[in-house]
Design a binder for this molecule. Structure first.
Ligand code: MRU
Length: 347
């Protein structure tokens, strides 16, 4: 994404530090955070300075490199390193990309590579994910082009949820990549961006990205999505994913399942866009996916203003599972698959 004329990734390494865009400050302020230690990376992930499955994967990769680098100056380097990467891979449990990124760099370290080559491995993983998202864009674009052929000149209406744009990945995004491709090919697209309570990743981040990319979009409340789907205002739903099981069941931001149900009831195609790093071939179904529960105060307060009586308990599941039978297809860098086809994929 270009911001004020300059091109950015959402994470990058320069000299001896990792840099991220601190997403907590958007859309008001564009703040870049410098990360020098594994502990700083752990805090950035836990407290959601950065978030989004593919970005968590690369943050995990750089965090593992940092833990390895600092372990050299510790009295018990191996113990130090193992403890840090354990905390790192578990600090957000639902997105499989985090443990994927940690695992990739950990295996380079365990194979005895020298430090500079471990760093090169993390940078290569970053480039790999950018390329994956670009290809997701190319593959998903065909769906929007086909829809534009039947909408008779009016813009194709896409609905999305949460933020699966370049901030959540490294560049391009997953769910947003086909939209960027359509814009580049002069296909008119309009995106319904659901605000995504309680942390408002849709309103704060996705709308900000689309604004800066000149993509026509409208922010809507999460609760209005059934209404829009029922009234013919949506041609396709495309969302990202945090973990896809072998049978195609998909964990994504809480509220995704309700959109999938409403899409099915109204014959609107519902697509997941995700790189292969988000597919967890070690689990058979969504039942095996751990759903992160976050602090109840995320629900009970908005910018420190109480929204709920302080003595009322709140339950804050951050993700839900959309069963495979509600998913029309999964857009990956390799192509678009029906959920059931993942079982036959040979990786
Ligand atoms: O809690 P978050 O903001 O990390 O949740 C993010 C999502 O649910 C995204 O939709 C998902 O990670 C896909 S990002 C391409």
């Amino acid at each position: 994404l270009k911001f004020e004329g300059k091109k950015y990734h959402s994470i990058w390494y320069d000299r001896d530090k990792v840099y991220i865009i601190d997403q907590r400050f958007l859309p008001d302020q564009f703040v870049i955070e410098r990360i020098k230690t594994a502990d700083q990376m752990i805090t950035a992930i836990k407290d959601m300075h950065l978030r989004g499955a593919p970005l968590l994967g690369i943050a995990g990769a750089y965090g593992t490199f940092l833990a390895h680098r600092e372990s050299f100056s510790k009295p018990e380097p191996e113990e130090y390193y193992e403890n840090k990467i354990n905390v790192l891979r578990n600090c957000r449990p639902t997105a499989v990309n985090l443990s994927w990124g940690v695992g990739k760099i950990d295996s380079l370290i365990k194979s005895g590579l020298e430090l500079t080559r471990v760093l090169a491995g993390a940078k290569a993983l970053e480039r790999h994910e950018v390329e994956a998202c670009k290809n997701i864009g190319g593959n998903g674009f065909g769906l929007l082009r086909d829809l534009s052929n039947i909408t008779g000149g009016r813009p194709v209406n896409v609905m999305t949820h949460c933020n699966a744009g370049w901030l959540a990945t490294i560049d391009y995004g997953t769910a947003s990549a086909p939209v960027f491709f359509a814009r580049d090919e002069n296909i008119e697209v309009h995106v319904w961006v659901s605000e995504t309570r309680p942390l408002n990743q849709g309103g704060k981040l996705t709308a900000w990205e689309y604004f800066h990319e000149n993509i026509s979009h409208t922010v809507v409340s999460d609760n209005s999505c059934g209404y829009l789907l029922r009234n013919g205002m949506v041609d396709i739903v495309i969302v990202g994913a945090d973990r896809v099981a072998r049978n195609g069941d998909t964990a994504n931001k809480i509220g995704t399942y309700l959109k999938a149900l409403a899409a099915k009831a109204n014959n609107v195609p519902f697509y997941i866009a995700a790189p292969l790093s988000t597919i967890d071939f070690s689990i058979n179904s969504g039942k095996d996916i751990r759903i992160e529960e976050r602090d109840e105060n995320e629900l009970k307060y908005m910018s420190e203003v109480p929204m709920v009586h302080e003595l009322s308990p709140a339950l804050n599941h951050a993700f839900d599972i959309t069963p495979a039978d509600l998913i029309t297809g999964i857009i990956t860098e390799r192509g678009i698959y029906k959920p059931g086809e993942l079982l036959r994929m040979n990786l």
